[in-house]
Design a protein. Structure first.
Length: 445
């Protein structure tokens, strides 16, 4: 009854109803474009390409493109170039004074950074397009097909691929402005969810056809474990440590300001999914090099076995290390301490200045350790699930980047919808309190 009432409340808010409708329309357009194959490519010759994108970084790229990468679609490069450009601009803002200045300029600075991000996205697309097309030619030939990749053909298809990715970026911006918001993240979410029904059916069918019996019971156990993992991922995304901040009283004329106590929420997982992406990119290097080597034993054999012990052990260690690294460059205790001092705030029992910086840094170090370990466990869970007998596609939803993005974006979207309801004096989506999204921003990363 409560769910029905919530749906009625959502439908009663005209602005929210229009936003959801526009979002669904844009999503349909995006999904339609994922099935439009590049001109001159026979869809029947793409079997080798689909097999090539089953594991590693290629699987990640195919996931972010909603399957368009393996289908040689006009959306094949997906939104990943824009995400890469955004990360680069974000990192530049941490080391270059010119970008730091733009970050402090408010809306005008943000518009300049967005413009630079678009320029960098186009540059990345120009570089990635020919590389994708050369790999496509190789995979088509491996399947017994033929495709001619002359200079002008590559140039033309690169323009098509670049236009497709920029169109996806435009769809994300429209979802931000006219839809429910969180546009780029929502595009990635749709790409992940699009793979779920097929993976679910494959696993269900495989368990039913299990001649040993008990397949349905095992499938139900898998679903229960998946729900438990999702609950853990929610805790990882939302987990915070609140630091109390006391603001000193300030009297101006006959009015008194300040004196209130507030809290700084420090995230357990401030790095998001970036450590997994960094670690996957590095772990994919041996997989690439093995193509140029006949030695598939020893080091190369261990580093290309994505379900082996040493591969996942090193993968886990790298995620822990990258979590500390990315947290160190994104969470700045010195800046937080300076902001508190500027606003006459202080942490009770801690002196302003360097003692406050050291205190915040020590707290971040303590809460990052369990967060990084949990993130590493979540990252290797798909490999563990596959070793335990789950279908490879279904196992990918037991952890890794896909699960964390799915959970984070769903929480953010529900929080946005709840905000519209509460603003118009309707009940929220939850009776026991407000939904908490990712407190470090609405982007997927």
């Amino acid at each position: 009854m409560g769910f029905t009432k919530t749906i009625k409340n959502i439908w009663s808010v005209e602005d929210l109803r229009k936003r959801i409708g526009i979002t669904l329309l844009l999503v349909i357009i995006y999904r339609f474009g994922c099935y439009v194959v590049l001109p001159g490519i026979n869809p029947d010759d793409l079997l080798a390409l689909k097999n090539f994108t089953q594991d590693g970084l290629m699987q990640l790229l195919d996931m972010f493109s909603g399957g368009a990468f393996s289908q040689a679609s006009i959306f094949a490069l997906g939104i990943m170039p824009y995400i890469t450009a955004s990360i680069v601009i974000q990192l530049l803002g941490m080391v270059l004074p010119a970008f730091q200045k733009m970050q402090r300029e408010g809306e005008s600075g943000r518009m300049k950074l967005n413009q630079y991000t678009r320029y960098l996205t186009v540059l990345i697309l120009v570089l990635q397009g020919p590389a994708y097309l050369m790999n496509l030619q190789y995979q088509v030939k491996a399947a017994g097909g033929h495709v001619e990749m002359g200079f002008w053909t590559v140039a033309f298809m690169t323009v098509v691929l670049a236009a497709g990715s920029m169109f996806i970026m435009w769809l994300g911006e429209r979802i931000d402005q006219k839809g429910v918001g969180n546009g780029i993240s929502f595009i990635i979410l749709i790409g992940i969810i699009a793979r779920l029904p097929e993976a679910f059916i494959q696993e269900f069918t495989g368990r039913l056809m299990n001649s040993a019996g008990g397949g349905l019971v095992l499938f139900l156990v898998e679903i229960i474990i998946l729900l438990a993992v999702i609950a853990g991922a929610v805790l990882l995304v939302q987990g915070t440590r609140k630091v109390p901040v006391q603001y000193a009283k300030k009297v101006v004329g006959n009015k008194q300001y300040g004196g209130a106590r507030q809290y700084i929420p420090l995230k357990v997982n401030a790095a998001g999914v970036m450590p997994i992406i960094f670690a996957q990119a590095i772990m994919f290097i041996p997989v690439t090099l093995v193509g140029f080597s006949t030695d598939k034993t020893g080091f190369f054999g261990a580093m290309t076995d994505m379900y082996g012990f040493w591969y996942n052990f090193i993968y886990f260690i790298m995620i822990v290390a990258f979590t500390y690294f990315y947290t160190a460059i994104t969470v700045r205790p010195a800046q937080m301490a300076e902001d508190m001092k500027r606003n006459n705030g202080f942490i009770p029992g801690i002196k302003p200045g360097k003692p406050t910086v050291d205190y915040l840094d020590s707290i971040m170090s303590r809460i990052t350790l369990p967060g990084s370990i949990f993130l590493g466990i979540v990252a290797i869970l798909p490999a563990i699930a596959h070793i335990c007998g789950l279908n490879r596609n279904f196992a990918s939803f037991f952890g890794g980047t896909s699960l964390l993005i799915l959970v984070g974006v769903v929480l953010d979207t529900l929080r946005i919808i709840e905000g519209h309801l509460l603003m118009r004096h309707y009940d929220g989506l939850m009776k026991d309190g407000r939904i908490k999204g990712r407190t470090t921003g609405s982007g997927a990363f």
